[in-house]
Design a protein around this ligand. Sequence first.
Ligand SMILES: *Cc1c(COP(=O)(O)O)cnc(C)c1O
Length: 398
Amino acid sequence: MVTAVMPTYGRKDVVFERGEGNYLYATDGRRFLDFTSGIAVNALGHCHPALVKALTEQGQKLWHTSNLYRVGNGEKLAQRLVDLTFADTMFFCNSGAEAIEGGIKLIRKYQYVNGHPKRYKIICFQAAFHGRLLNALAATGNEKYLEGFGPPAAGYRHAPLNNANVVRDMVDDETAGILVEPIQGEGGVRETTPEFLKALRQICDEFGLLLFYDEIHTGFGRTGKLFAYQWSGVAPDVMAVAKGMGGGFPIGAFMATEKAAVGMVPGTHGSTYGGNPLATGVANAVLDEITRPGFIEGVHERGEYLKGKLQDLVKRHPAVFAGARGTGFLQGLQCVVPAGEMVDRLQSLGMLVVIAGENVVRIFPSLIADKAVLDEGLAILEKAAVSFEKAGATKAAD
Ligand SMILES: *Cc1c(COP(=O)(O)O)cnc(C)c1O
């Protein structure tokens, strides 16, 4: 018999009832070190006092009014993010995939109002992840996710990452834009090079295309900058954000330059919930915390520490780990042993991590994880590695 919750996920058999900072507590009393951060969502850990305060205070005042009226919290949040980034304007939605779809609409409308109504195609990248809605899914391009859902939405082609020549060859007179994650998450923490982003920028400028960054999991301090593109210095025309933005309260957005957003006039896009007072109230509180002087620099510094330690771990256990990669608190450990078994082993040792492509486990501490918390996670990783080695030695002796 089907479960009451539609069984679309392969879930681990554990129910959490409470979260505090970097730890989750299960109904059976077990405590877990949370290095998933709800897949890069709980930027400030669980139940951060400043977020609980913002949520409860706003919750007693006003939750939702619809977008028939101005929303003060949303106007404030948008102005702050515009001041902090390349963007001049932004649209609030409720999830990552919605932000991607909105950005795609913006790009097509830009081409349309600029006299290129035939331009609708988006060049994407192999091993990308952009979400599960029908166009976001076509942009993702993963055959397994697309199977059985009819013809994939038209106009999405996939180039290999970090090869600008292939991208250039793919541009035709129907191309509207290029969509790229500065660091691919689901794909296995695969990083773009600054040279590659520069080349994409050049291609866009040369052919009149818009450059669209998916910073849904890299944004809001995760990589040790407010947004990952700031490492390269190459600004996009459009950017999708979500995940860390609300610290666990569902909110997303697409952001754009004034020039790129030229077609997004009244009536062109909408969302009933998007940017309501409660969501934007919480997101303002998240931004208060991560823009505190020194906060993001601290993530960068501790990210370097974590990365160094992960590289040492790989060196000590070459039969278990193949490599470490990533930036800030977005780290990936490529495994030699099956990554799924590593995730389970770590869970049995009291630590939660996220699986990704290329046999990688993603290490996503909350941005408030200090060195002691990182060391605790590193010690559990060490233990897991040793246990795999012991099992390997026993097997070899048999
Ligand atoms: C999570 C994610 C998405 C999809 O976000 P949802 O909120 O699940 O729709 C899109 N792109 C990237 C890079 C992501 O990490």
